[in-house]
Design a protein around this ligand. Structure first.
Ligand code: G1P
Length: 295
């Protein structure tokens, strides 16, 4: 029933300059897989068929990544690297992506609105291209189940330290059962003292197409941008919006510290790297404590 996912990937990645001058932050590797591939796989595993990238002029490597590279496949075949070949082959053929340009970077809300002609009049997913969600359940699949029950939009949220609220869209919810709630209010990146709760929007949304009507009339908000959070607040005037609280780990790869944390956590999950990497970390920690003692 939910066939389409919109992945806004047009942002400048200013927190990573100069690395992002020619390379999209969504293509940064988590060991050997680019960040955006995690998000595309999450969508595909939830049964989404069409991935719609809202892209910008410096984002071509994303298009190359999801394309078939026949030269590389031939090379791997000749070298007898069959595991690598199968992996690359399987992935390039799994998805048939659609690319649409956001010609001006006017904010996340604007990026979603740019996808309207491709999404049309049907419910759809929005998944942010730099947030990896690592948990037992596929959160997009769960959001689709909630949509199938209630027929309304669903926003994934997670608890953050109150000191961190100014980095996120923050919601207040009325709990209705276990991890499901009804959203009562939303504020984009509030000051700590103005936040209605510590529940942050995590970067996974399921929208009814009515969100497009709201995005068209959403005034410029925080940071001089058209904010998706503000459009959801307008949507609340017309229809209910549900929340689902995540139990998974959330990795925000869009900042240097977040990216580094992601790398360490994923390295610790890799059987082929883990043991030596732990030894390295132990070594670093012991050297570090010597430095502390010297100081
Ligand atoms: C965006 C959204 C914000 C959300 C966040 C999740 O902000 O505007 O509501 O909480 O993603 O990471 P950004 O991080 O793109 O500034």
């Amino acid at each position: 029933m939910i066939r389409k996912a919109v992945l806004p990937v047009a942002g400048w990645g200013t927190r990573f300059l100069p690395a992002t001058k020619a390379m999209p932050k969504e293509m940064f590797p988590v060991i050997d897989k680019p960040v955006v591939q995690f998000i595309v796989e999450e969508c595909l595993h939830a049964g989404v068929e069409n991935i719609i990238f809202v892209t910008g002029r410096h984002k071509r490597p994303i298009e190359h990544h999801f394309d078939i590279n026949t030269d590389l496949e031939k090379h791997l075949e000749q070298m007898g690297k069959h595991d690598l070949l199968n992996n690359i082959r399987e992935f390039s053929r799994l998805t048939n992506p659609i690319y649409i340009r956001q010609k001006e970077q006017l904010g996340l809300g604007h990026a979603v609105l740019v996808a309207e002609p491709v999404v049309g009049d049907e419910p759809f997913i929005v998944a942010l291209g730099d947030i990896i969600i690592d948990g037992e359940e596929n959160i997009i699949k769960r959001m689709i189940e909630i949509y199938e029950r209630f027929g309304k939009s669903v926003i994934a949220v997670f608890e953050v330290d109150r000191k961190m609220v100014s980095k996120y869209g923050i919601v207040s919810v009325k709990p209705i059962e276990e991890d499901i709630g009804l959203i009562e209010d939303l504020v984009e990146k509030p000051k700590e003292e103005e936040a209605p709760s510590n529940l942050a929007i995590v970067g996974r949304y399921l929208f009814t197409p009515r969100i497009f009507e709201k995005l068209k009339v959403t005034p410029v908000g925080k940071g001089g941008e058209i904010q998706l959070t503000d459009a959801i607040k307008l949507l609340l005037e017309d229809e209910a919006v549900y929340s689902i609280k995540l139990k998974a780990n959330v990795y925000d790869t869009g900042s240097p510290l977040g990216y580094l944390t992601t790398l360490v956590n994923f390295a610790l999950k890799r059987k082929d790297i883990k043991d030596e990497f732990i030894k390295f970390l132990e070594d670093v920690v012991s050297k570090h404590s010597q430095w502390i003692n010297k100081a």
